[in-house]
Design a protein around this ligand. Structure first.
Ligand SMILES: *Cc1c(COP(=O)(O)O)cnc(C)c1O
Length: 375
């Protein structure tokens, strides 16, 4: 009798659906017989400028040590992070940092450290898909509070917190909606969350936000010991391929997170490139400025096409496909024209598509393809 290995898998894994990433350029090129250079990918919120030249130089220099294991403690990167993230108001110490193979790693660590089989996590409707994935893996249940105007309804999330709740996931700004929470909204919420419940504040798009009322989560760490912040080098820092992100928390929580961290989870190139990228303020400033211009380019086009969209402070925007057409239909027709965007039906937004802000030329290609598809 053949063994059914599905039945041997732990329960949390049996019902798991793998994360669906944006469609890779080479995959579409293979499927359609297109040249990769003719494809525009605006599906994964990557920085269209490419990496900082300083990051590239750091990678080159690192090649000489290819045969050595990386620094498992990430000493230099943590030092660079402490320099960059510390302010007069709050000093970040290396003991507060957990390095991840992407910030997704930290989401996995925190659930493995704090969530038992049968426990609950609280998220918002339209939240990042990875939260539910990491919770399910450990056998936890996800409770999602209905969104308010596509953003987090913190009162509704608070109402879902119960005895079994271990973590609340907050994304600021949220992906895929681009909505954001003010400092007052966030602190009013944090004041009411029981201290035994962890709050993971995912700030993957922190660097892009230019709003006076937008909070810097790190500044809240001294007030809320149950708070864990995650950030990443995948978005504004343009290093998605290297997989490097980090968590910032109290030293006590960081110590626990580091216990489940696989040895050498961040490679030497990622460590070196991330540290170098932190030193390139001009690169980040240019990226943010280009994003702002690209956002205007896209919203102007949506308005001209009569399409509604969700105002976004990230490097992406979700727009509504006219009722007469299906979003998947528009997605597939855009693919046929070599433009990759992101369907968000799995985020309970079946009539929407999310598009990342590209270069001016990429945005123009997307706009003309979309105009053709809709006409
Ligand atoms: C892109 C993204 C991340 C970052 O993922 P990495 O693993 O760091 O590449 C985390 N959270 C959200 C909401 C994101 O959109």
């Amino acid at each position: 009798m053949a063994v059914d290995f599905q039945q041997l898998a732990v329960e949390g894994v049996r019902g798991l659906m793998p994360y669906q990433p944006g469609k890779p350029i080479d995959e579409l090129a293979r499927e359609l017989g297109l040249k990769e250079a003719d494809i525009v990918k605006l599906a994964s919120n990557e920085n269209p400028m490419g990496p900082s030249p300083k990051a590239l130089a750091a990678i080159q220099a690192e090649l000489a040590d290819l045969t050595r294991y990386p620094d498992g403690a990430g000493f230099e990167l943590k030092k660079a992070l402490c320099n960059t993230l510390s302010s007069d108001a709050y000093q970040v110490a290396p003991e507060q940092i957990t390095l991840g193979n992407g910030s997704s790693d930290i989401l996995d660590f925190i659930t493995r450290v704090f969530v038992n089989d049968g426990d609950e996590i609280v998220v918002s409707q339209h939240a990042f898909a990875i939260y539910e994935l990491v919770a399910r893996m450990v056998g936890a249940r996800t409770l999602a509070a209905p969104a308010k105007d596509f953003g987090h309804d913190l009162d509704a999330m608070l109402a879902l917190i119960g005895d079994k709740t271990r973590i609340v996931f907050i994304t600021n700004p949220n992906n895929p909606t681009g909505t954001w929470l003010t400092k007052d909204e966030l602190t009013a919420f944090l004041d009411k969350v029981p201290e035994r419940v962890l709050v993971l504040l995912d700030e993957a798009y922190f660097e892009y936000v230019d709003e006076a009322e937008y909070p810097d989560g790190i500044q809240l760490l001294s007030r809320y010991p149950n708070l864990v912040i995650t950030r990443t080098f995948s978005k504004a820092y343009g290093l998605a391929s290297l997989r490097v992100g980090y968590g910032i928390s109290s030293p006590q929580i960081a110590d626990l997170l580091n216990r489940v961290r696989p040895p050498f989870n961040v490679d030497s190139f990622a460590l070196a490139a991330a540290a170098a990228a932190l030193s390139d303020d001009d690169y980040v400033a240019q990226s943010v400025a280009a994003n702002k211009a690209g956002m205007q380019q896209l919203t102007a086009a949506f308005e001209a096409l009569g399409l509604s969209f969700i105002p976004s402070v990230g490097n992406f925007i979700a727009f509504r496909v006219p009722e007469a057409m299906g979003a998947m239909d528009v997605y597939n027709q855009l693919l046929a024209k070599g433009v990759i965007v992101r369907p968000v039906a799995n985020y309970e937004m079946p009539q929407y598509l999310r598009v990342s802000i590209g270069t001016q030329a990429e945005n123009a290609t997307f706009i003309s393809a979309l105009t053709a598809v809709l006409s």
